[in-house]
Design a protein around this ligand. Structure first.
Ligand code: UFG
Length: 353
């Protein structure tokens, strides 16, 4: 029996649910018959992205606010996205990342235990692997050595260890999903990627091609890869969202802990992405080659076999052309214009107060 059997529309607390992957997961939960209760401080998320369930304004370091949200909505499970994500910033502010990511997860876990909520899906990252002595083009299984190249990756790995220990000690059941490169947007154009500042390749390449941003700098062309630029495993955010729902529904024994890669198993180079964006926009991406960016491993490509076996999950919309065309639709949408170009106070109507 899973927690799903206990109610017709089980409430799932989605910490960080006003952010990019959180909002897409909230939509997927709604479509699968769950009630997503978004808990978000709005320090980097967008209120306009909360459309598929109630919103609670709160910080995961605030145990009282978490407990109140769990009680008020009869929460049965938690999907935990909230945290700081900028790899570069983690290098200069490591203490902040430990406080928010690790400290926040400590508070969340103890509040869940106090309230008897014992099912968790945790937002982890391929950043736990680093390059780790791997040959350049090898895919990465979950058991690969862990050698995070940043304090951000350290905090994700520390959270995984802590969650696993609490599964053993207290009977929590948890799945940590290690995302590769989340990209794309929901085809509705209602939600998509909006970071401030934007550092990710696909939105920057689209902005450059549309003439909305600076020409793109390709960070290094002298890596040991087929065309000399970095290889990444781009996964459509809706495929990623579906993996969260499957992780929540998986029939796991009490106390089980699983860490699962979420990627396609196929790498794309920076130049392949630049070409795909040029095809989608209908004009080439203005770009030049610059120096390598500190901390970029040459290649990060998942071995996704475990996600297939354990979660019965496979990517269905993660071709590079699909990812780029959905990202482009979002960057051209009025919601993107209101929420991003117009500042943080968008004008999009929401369905929940
Ligand atoms: N890149 C450029 N120019 C840019 C931006 C990026 O050439 O202006 C390159 C990067 O060097 C990298 C690739 O494009 O090779 C992808 O870069 P992104 O910044 O889009 O994504 P990352 O691979 O750096 O980071 C992603 C997630 C992180 C996560 C990491 C795990 O965004 O949160 O994967 O490895 F930690």
């Amino acid at each position: 029996m899973t927690f799903m059997d206990r109610g017709s529309k089980p409430a799932v607390l989605v910490t960080g649910g006003a952010g990019y992957i959180g909002a897409h997961t909230a939509k997927a939960l709604h479509e699968q018959g769950f009630l997503p209760v978004v808990f978000d401080s709005l320090s980097s998320g967008f209120r306009e992205a909360v459309r598929w369930g109630p919103f609670v304004h709160g910080d995961i370091r605030d145990a009282g606010a978490l407990a109140d949200a769990i009680d008020a909505h009869n929460v049965k499970a938690v999907i935990h996205f909230a945290g700081l994500i900028e790899v570069g910033r983690s290098v200069v502010k490591p203490d902040l990342f430990w406080e928010h990511n690790v400290g926040g997860t400590v508070t969340l876990l103890s509040t869940m235990r106090e309230k008897g909520v014992n099912r968790l899906v945790f937002s982890s990252s391929a950043a736990v692997y680093g390059q780790g002595g791997r040959a350049a083009l090898e895919t990465i299984p979950e058991a690969a050595p862990k050698a995070p190249a940043s304090p951000y990756g350290d905090t994700k790995l520390a959270c995984e260890w802590m969650i696993e220990a609490q599964c053993r000690a207290y009977g929590l059941t948890a799945v940590a999903l290690r995302y590769f490169n989340a990209a794309g947007a929901d085809p509705s154009g209602l939600i998509g990627e909006a970071h401030e500042p934007e550092t990710h390749l696909i939105p920057l390449a689209i902005a450059a091609a549309l003439g909305d941003g600076k020409p793109l700098t390709v960070f290094g062309s002298d890596f040991d890869t087929p065309d000399g630029t970095c290889l990444r495993d781009y996964i459509h955010v809706n495929d990623l969202a579906a993996a969260h729902v499957e992780a929540l529904k998986a029939e796991l024994a009490p106390g089980a802990y699983e860490a699962v890669n979420v990627g396609t198993g196929v790498g794309a180079s920076v130049l392949e992405v630049v070409e795909a964006v040029g095809r989608a926009v209908g004009r080439p991406v203005p770009h030049s080659v610059g120096a390598r960016r500190a901390g970029d491993p040459p290649s990060l490509v998942a071995d996704p076999a475990r996600a297939g076996a354990l979660l019965n999950w496979r990517p269905v919309c993660s071709s590079l052309d699909q990812i780029v065309s959905d990202a482009l639709r979002w960057e051209r949408s009025p919601q993107y214009g209101a929420g991003v170009r117009g500042g943080r106070c968008g004008t999009v109507q929401t369905t929940h107060a």
